[in-house]
Design a protein around this ligand. Sequence first.
Ligand code: PGA
Length: 251
Amino acid sequence: MRRKLVVGNWKMYGRLASNKSLLEGVIAGLSGMNAAAYAVCVPYPYLHQAQEMLRGTSVAWGAQNLSQFAEGAYTAEVAAGMLTDFGCRYVIVGHSERRGLFAESNETVAAKVDAAIKSGLTPIVCLGETLAEREAGITEQVVGAQLDAVVSVVGVAALAKTVIAYEPVWAIGTGKTASPAQAQAVHAFIRQRVAQQDGQVAQGLCILYGGSVKPNNAAELFSMSDIDGGLIGGASLAANDFVAICRAAQN
Ligand code: PGA
């Protein structure tokens, strides 16, 4: 059985003081809960704070992006090795906000996944279609191409060192969640596509769902056979909501 994972994506929210109370709430709420794994991905400037507060707890931490380059004259970029310096376990790669607002291509995302794996980070690789793509009936083509671009660079075996997050763009921050059946169908498609190349990797692959996961819909989503947890945006900014979603992953 795959162990469930719930990851908070704070996006560009937070300040030292509010992070402190949020993390205190998360730590208290999750203490003694070990049936699933938990993490928060925070803005770069707060990695040190996350490390100081979460070290020794059951909550891991990570970043929301990284450079595909190891070092060099790349003003304002952040390298994988800098993230591991701050104890990061995870890094989100290819979130739709990066792809859409900051023009990250499938090729760039693949290079970043490769850089993350080579530094011992676990990339959380985001895949997902827009509303127009879903309505045009090309969800599988879009998600398949996003996945294939990564596999062609890192190889199928390396997927064992990644987490996949299916995040339909139309469900992110909109309050519109994919129905459990809609999400399950795409998760099964992703697993099946990996299984065509490596059945064992496919079986072990952790595939998160993201897009308006809330305390009131988490349990149903997480009960689907190919949904292995969640990537949580808005609801990860309220300790009670995030803890409630984590609790739903325990059962
Ligand atoms: P949301 O964001 O939970 O606010 O919809 C999810 C995400 O973008 O990872």
